[in-house]
Design a protein around this ligand. Sequence first.
Ligand code: C5P
Length: 220
Amino acid sequence: MSKKITFLILSGPTKEYIDPVRYISNESSGKMGNALAQAVLKKGYEIIFISGPVNIYPKNVRLIKVTTALEMFKEVKSIFKKTDVTIGVAAVTDYRPFKTYKHKIKKNTLTSSIELKQNPDIIRYCGKNKKNQVVVGFALETEHLVNNAKTKLKNKNLDLIVANGTESFGADNTTVKIISADVVLEIKNKNKKIIARKIINETIRIFKNIKSGKNISQRV
Ligand code: C5P
């Protein structure tokens, strides 16, 4: 290994509890996060893997299990500075209930609406606070895939964004567009392991460019 690169991978969904039984969450199997971890391990680099609740967790990583977006954010804030590359593949729930009830709410006292509060945007925090680090995000879009992903790339100050549609949910194969400031690369109907290897190779290339002083013009 020529140079040590420490990866931080944020994966899985977050769950935001209304009461001990009910929660708000997003669809996420953790498969892509796992595939990314395997691709990084193959290269021999170290991984800190923060994951929301899923059925599969990678081995040979420093695994931190979390449930909520706030828990994930707390871990990221204490770890981010010590890492080189952050990949946000987590389906972070954008909102959490304003109030979490200690006991199960009785059906007859349930109201027809729940007050919500916005969660922090974790990958945006990484993008805005990066110092010679690479930050990669994912964008799941149901329409205007490339345009919406490009907007997120810019707003969150990311180096790369991987855009896909809902057909990727739980699937082994998927189609993605890997988007940087000036390049859109499409990979059609390939196994997530193959896609992960491509993303990691691209990420390492960007990291090495930054370290060697190239690519600076694209960075805010
Ligand atoms: O939800 P959105 O489409 O904005 O997600 C785009 C990227 O932002 C993903 O990488 C996702 O993990 C990240 N994100 C986050 N914190 C949020 C919402 C999204 O890190 N609260």
